[in-house]
Design a binder for this molecule. Structure first.
Ligand code: ADP
Ligand code: ZN
Length: 366
């Protein structure tokens, strides 16, 4: 098999399946060869979206069509694709094309493609093989690791879904060359989060590598993606169904999700909302007496350096955000599961936080 610069193995507890995440640059032309190690069937259902299809569809087809028969399924780009309608169309195509359990669904795209293709794969004939090729930074460091798949319900995002692990995640950082800056930043917010909750070294590396990262230096990108995947894979392996440790990944998301919901989905990217959430929840960590003020300063500095937005718009009130936090699907038994930082590199599950403290932090972001 081709040698990849970095490989993360995801081990799933109580599940004989474990899978690899391969991370490198300049490897797309080896895709067919690599896939041969994971899939010997003849047909591939290639799920992608219009943007990714326009940029990479032909190239991927050319690479794969010598070894496989490819049935493409091109979704519109954006969150609207994660719907019953496009799920149903996907099943229709799989049935028309006589796909069986031993065939493969290949997801080529960002989180939207990965979520819909993953849910299709999880449910079609009770589960057919899945390979993910994430093409956004957010998908490479977050959504392609951990086996979450979902579609949206008109009443809320990701309400219908399943945990379903792929056979392989194939990451090539060259895909990021065409990614809009705004989408790159949304992924970087999650990478910073990984440093904050679990890895002081990653945080330090990010502090010193902004230029390399924004210049898309392959070595720097491979490094931050590798560490992110290791962190997420480690947490997921220990807690597949999100009961304990996995909650730590939610740092910055209690407020991030509330902001996304209040602002109306689509006005903030996920990472933009999470960046604000990182700031709010870091300040709360300090206010509650856990995080030192010097470390809080470092966190605020990195958010500024990476030009991640940290202010709340005038029209969004603390009341609305507070209210919205209680509607998050992660609120259990009338208790908000706050994740706070003890220090940079260490997060923990915290108890209740006084409403007045939350308001004072929110007011400070105006
Ligand atoms: P995310 O991965 O951030 O969850 P999406 O799947 O919606 O979200 O991807 C974000 C946007 O980026 C979409 O419009 C998608 O078509 C586009 N996109 C995905 N990968 C690339 C790429 N490598 N280059 C350019 N645009 C891309
Ligand atoms: Zn997130």
């Amino acid at each position: 098999m081709a040698d990849f610069k970095k490989e993360v193995t995801v081990n799933i507890a109580e599940d004989p399946l474990s899978y690899s995440i391969l991370i490198d640059n300049g490897t797309l032309d080896q895709l067919a060869e690599v896939l041969q190690d994971y899939y010997r069937g003849e047909k591939i259902f290639l799920v992608t979206d219009e943007n990714v299809d326009r940029l990479y569809g032909k190239e991927v087809m050319n690479i794969l069509q010598h070894n496989y028969q490819i049935i493409p399924y091109v979704l519109p780009s954006g969150e609207q694709a994660k719907s019953y309608k496009f799920l149903q169309k996907g099943y229709d195509r799989l049935i028309e094309e006589s796909f069986h359990r031993d065939h493969l669904v290949l997801a080529l795209g960002g989180g939207v493609v990965g979520d819909l293709a993953g849910f299709l794969a999880a449910t079609y004939m009770r589960g057919i093989s899945l390979v993910q090729i994430p093409t956004t930074l957010l998908a490479q460091v977050d959504s392609s690791v951990g086996g979450k798949t979902a579609i949206n319900h008109p009443r809320g995002k990701n309400l219908i879904g399943a945990f379903y692990q792929p056979d392989l995640v194939f990451i090539d950082v060259d895909f990021l060359e065409t990614l809009p800056l705004r989408e790159l930043k949304t992924g970087l917010a999650e990478v910073i989060k990984h440093g904050l909750i679990a890895d002081r070294n990653l945080f330090n590396y990010l502090e010193n590598s902004r230029e390399k990262i924004y210049n898309l230096n392959p070595g720097a990108l491979i490094k931050i993606i590798y560490r992110s995947c290791q962190i997420k894979a480690g947490v997921v392996a220990r807690d597949q169904k999100e009961q304990g440790e996995r909650a730590l990944l939610n740092f910055g998301h209690t407020m991030g999700h509330a902001l996304e919901a209040v602002a109306g989905y689509g006005s903030y990217t996920h990472g933009e909302a999470v960046a604000v959430g990182l700031k709010v929840e870091s300040r709360l960590s300090e206010l509650e007496g856990h995080l030192s003020s010097a470390e809080l300063e470092s966190i605020e500095r990195i958010l500024t350096d990476y030009e991640l937005q940290q202010q709340l718009p005038e029209e969004i009130t603390a009341d609305e955000l507070y209210e919205s936090m209680w509607h998050d699907k992660k609120v259990e038994r009338n208790k908000i599961n706050w994740i706070l930082l003890a220090e940079i590199g260490e997060a923990f599950r915290a108890g209740e936080i006084a409403r007045s403290k939350i308001y004072s932090v929110l007011e400070g972001l105006k």
